[in-house]
Design a protein around this ligand. Structure first.
Ligand code: HEM
Length: 121
């Protein structure tokens, strides 16, 4: 009997998550409402932490060593609208990379739970 696969495995492991994260930030940095937030950010470090973060959320064998979500976004004055856009771009990036609708929902449900930690308005 085969073991049940995790979302991480279904996405395609590390390569799959990297493709999703790359697609996700293309969308985020292309949005004039969101891009200014990232002006002073080391994008390579951000990308590496986001790969770890999404891998963890997807049940992968990866540990996230970045800041917790409240600390990472403190003082940015992030609105609900900005949060919704970021969550939407993540969902679009997942779909674009052939993640099934059930798996997209499972990831977005977990991300939605983080809204009170990220939003400050
Ligand atoms: C939708 C849920 C979100 C998740 C899961 C998320 C996740 C993350 C992660 C994992 C990091 C890396 C933290 C680190 O390197 O220690 C990060 C950093 C960051 N996030 Fe988010 N984020 C979300 C929403 C947002 C929104 C809505 C904005 C702004 C519009 C935003 C702006 C930023 C910025 C600017 C950084 C870099 C901070 C720095 O330069 O140190 N995030 N986020």
């Amino acid at each position: 009997m085969s073991q049940a696969q995790s979302i991480y495995e279904r996405i395609g492991g590390r390569d799959g998550v990297e493709a999703v994260v790359s697609d996700f930030y293309d969308r985020v940095f292309d949005d004039p409402l969101l891009e200014p937030y990232f002006e002073d950010t080391d994008r390579e470090a951000l990308y590496a932490h986001q790969v770890q973060f999404i891998s963890t959320v997807a049940g992968g064998p990866v540990s996230y060593d970045g800041a917790d979500m409240q600390q990472a976004h403190e003082g940015m004055g992030i609105s609900d609208e900005a949060f919704d856009r970021v969550a939407t771009y993540l969902a679009e990036a997942l779909r674009e990379n052939d993640v099934t609708e059930d798996d997209v929902d499972a990831i977005i449900d977990q991300v939605a739970d983080l809204q009170p930690d990220v939003v400050e308005q």
